[in-house]
Write a protein that binds this ligand. Sequence first.
Ligand SMILES: Cc1ncc(COP(=O)(O)O)c(C=O)c1O
Length: 348
Amino acid sequence: MKFDYKKYIRTHLLSLTPYQSAREEFTADGREMILLDANENPFATEVNRYPDPLQLELKEQIAEWKGVGVDQLYLSNGSDEFISNVIMGCCEPGQDQIVIVPPTFGMYKVSSRTHRVGVVEVPLTDAFQLDLPAILKAVDASCKIIFIPTPNNPTANSFDLNAIKELLENFQGLVLVDEAYVEFSTNPSIIPWLEDYPNLMVSQTFSKAQGMAGARLGMAFAHSDFIRFFNRIKAPYNINTLTINAALNRLKEQDKVGEQVQLLLDERRRLEEAFGSIPFIKQCFPSDANFILIRVDDSSLRYQQLIDCGIVVRNPSKNLNCENTLRISVGLPEENNRLIDALKSLSI
Ligand SMILES: Cc1ncc(COP(=O)(O)O)c(C=O)c1O
């Protein structure tokens, strides 16, 4: 398919000469070299050398795991960094806009504000699904990216994949589908759709099911022209050696990750059942992720009472259509027992 990525990005960045480390040119063929190019301390520790700017060893393994080419994969310091990269790379400050679908993940708006990029908000329907006619009516040529997290945060449900397909076919800009919780979802990843939709970008993360939130590692999958572009504008060493090594080890433990995901899904079902017998929980929204959104009688009161019981949940009530809600992550079985006991004790 004929595709010109240049129409999606900021023109002044096309001529950017990226930072280049001298080492990249000479270490690619695997030859043993004496490294006197980067003013490092030569005494060996696990981290005395700068990391590979393109993280090729890790990318080769992730690419194989996800069924894409290395040239379709970009790694970021958490998905948060990629969100910032894509806004900075594609949106002209004071001129272009992004589109979000509230209630939605808060970083899209925060990041657009830091880049002085406008935000068009098109609310989800009452069933927390995409309102496609409203989206297509609200957007214009200034709307460069739409952010679609599925499963969504804070609502926990997944969006209808047909609606996402329709969006890809009718929205003029980039569609960034944020699959941070995909391992918990009954929907498959839409990474294979990259073949048909060059305006699609998919992001995933090591922070959720992969259990590496503290290491900060996000994965973005896109047309190779975009990946080459992001590699040119990124900070040279955005992924550190400790994170690269931790991820290489985690990739060998996918059986264990699968078991943990299954246990968390079983625990989610147990929590959902228990919530059904708590009188002040008015509604438990369907979840396709590792957290649950509930509606209670008074979210500020119940939030504080849980804090007093030593349990921190999230109160997303300020989000559109989330009045009196709490968002609760599925914890370890003992932690979930403590939560259920606390909720029962507050019901008396
Ligand atoms: C939908 C969604 N995307 C992205 C992130 C952030 O991911 P990362 O830890 O990789 O920056 C979160 C974190 O809560 C999220 O809910």
